[in-house]
Design a protein around this ligand. Structure first.
Ligand code: UDP
Length: 407
């Protein structure tokens, strides 16, 4: 089992000691996280390491996953799309179904808690049934709400405003709400199977297993098959690059159980990739952590050409592996990539193609950029910083209005 001390060689003894000191104020607190999928996507990724570590620190932390039928996930995907700015149509029957599924889930939960952290809109409505079961309710928004469809946000706002606080990943996402809003960046776990160091032999074995021959420089995007991740735009960029530089593109992705649109987008990607032998589209199972790690380490350039992005853990993961990353200039990607330093931001398939070529022709610069990116992640986006933020938040919640709080 990985323990907190195992992180000391990576982040320093002082950082680990600081977590222990903060946690002393919170021994035995009951902390519940609720989301809507146990696999797939960034939220499940974070919870899978945050929950055990918080328990090690002496907080009784549990992770609940709400259940829903396909119609429920159609509604919540429409919320997701609407919050990220797409036009969506929600009928009163759909909204009632959303409430109904939340009511049914509420009956499954009998715990009591000090703090409940509800992730994203899917379980947001639970507060209406379960409010007395926890002292503090916090809503954590992981999506890019910089330009939401107003009808969708107005509906959700009526629910969210019942919370004691909300958390967003960056200031651009903050909303008009009657409670405190906290900005907490997501993070990655450097010791997880997805991010731990791998030997060359392990990387080669995965490539072999996935049928990828590394006879040319490898460009990679790993994401759920979601239109906001713009996989078709990546293919367009790749076709432009290919005219000038030999390279391969791997588009790898899986499906999240709370995302009903994956199959449709995958079909679009397969069609766009047709007739191009240097493009490989891989559908990965949710447990393919080791494969994702190896693919990211095998790549020469990593792309995350999103058109909206809550944060983009795939960017963080790639940076941690010392890779040069090209990302869409949106949402949380902007917090991570600084042009010419930690990566490149782009606004179009043409811009993306330009930067891929630029990096393929400058391996020394790509290497330096990757090293800078890794150090940037070490300082800002590792799990120890995230845990510190959660602990600090809990202390703040327990001391409302106090002007002097000893951390
Ligand atoms: N991921 C994965 N397999 C896949 C696609 C994605 O394990 O086929 C992981 C990816 O490595 C990252 C997370 O899912 O840890 C995606 O998080 P991100 O913030 O990039 O996007 P989200 O899916 O939450 O929008």
């Amino acid at each position: 089992m990985i323990t907190l001390d195992d992180y000391a060689p990576i982040v320093g003894e002082e950082v680990v000691g600081q977590l222990r000191r903060l946690a002393e104020h919170l021994q035995g607190r009951r902390f519940v996280h609720i989301n809507s999928t146990s696999v797939g996507g960034g939220v499940a990724e974070i919870l899978s390491w945050a929950v055990p570590l918080l328990n090690q620190l002496g907080l009784e932390t549990r992770w609940e996953v709400i259940l829903g039928d396909p119609a429920f996930f159609e509604v919540t995907k429409a919320f997701h799309n609407g919050l990220q700015g797409f036009k969506v149509h929600l009928t009163p029957a759909m909204l009632e179904h959303y409430r109904q599924v939340n009511r049914e889930n509420a009956r499954r939960f009998s715990w009591e808690a000090d703090v409940v952290l509800v992730h994203d809109p899917q379980p947001a409505c639970l507060i209406e049934e379960l409010r007395p079961q926890a002292a503090h309710w916090v809503w954590r928004c992981h999506v890019d709400v910089s330009r939401p469809q107003l009808a969708v946000w107005r509906f959700l706002r009526e629910i969210v405003k019942q919370y004691d606080a909300s958390i967003f990943s960056m200031s651009q996402f903050a909303q008009n709400l009657p409670h405190p809003q906290y900005l907490i960046r997501p993070s990655i776990d450097p010791l997880s199977e997805k991010n731990r160091d791998l030997t060359d032999k392990e990387i080669t074995a995965v490539l072999h297993h996935l049928g990828i021959e590394k006879d040319k420089p490898l460009v990679l995007q790993i994401s759920r098959f979601d239109s906001f991740k713009d996989p078709v735009g990546v293919i367009q960029a790749f076709r432009l690059v290919r005219r000038h530089a030999p390279c391969k593109l791997v588009l790898a992705g899986g499906e999240a159980t709370d995302d009903p649109e994956g199959a449709e987008i995958l079909a679009q990607v397969q069609e766009a990739a047709q007739g191009e032998p240097d493009i490989q589209v891989l559908l990965l199972p949710p447990e393919a952590q080791h494969e994702v790690n190896a693919l990211q380490r095998a790549a020469d350039v990593i792309v995350q050409k999103s058109t909206r992005e809550g944060f983009g853990l795939t960017v963080t993961e790639a940076m941690w592996k010392g890779k040069p990353v090209i990302g869409g200039a949106v949402g949380g990607i902007v917090l991570q990539l600084r042009d010419y330093h930690t990566g490149f931001l782009v606004h179009s398939p043409e811009g993306c193609a330009f930067r891929i070529r630029y990096l393929l022709h400058r391996p020394e610069m790509a290497r330096r950029m990757g090293q800078t990116a890794r150090e940037f992640v070490r300082t800002h986006f590792l799990i120890t910083r995230h845990i510190r933020d959660y602990l600090t938040l809990m202390i703040l919640l327990e001391n409302p209005g106090n002007r002097l709080i000893e951390l």
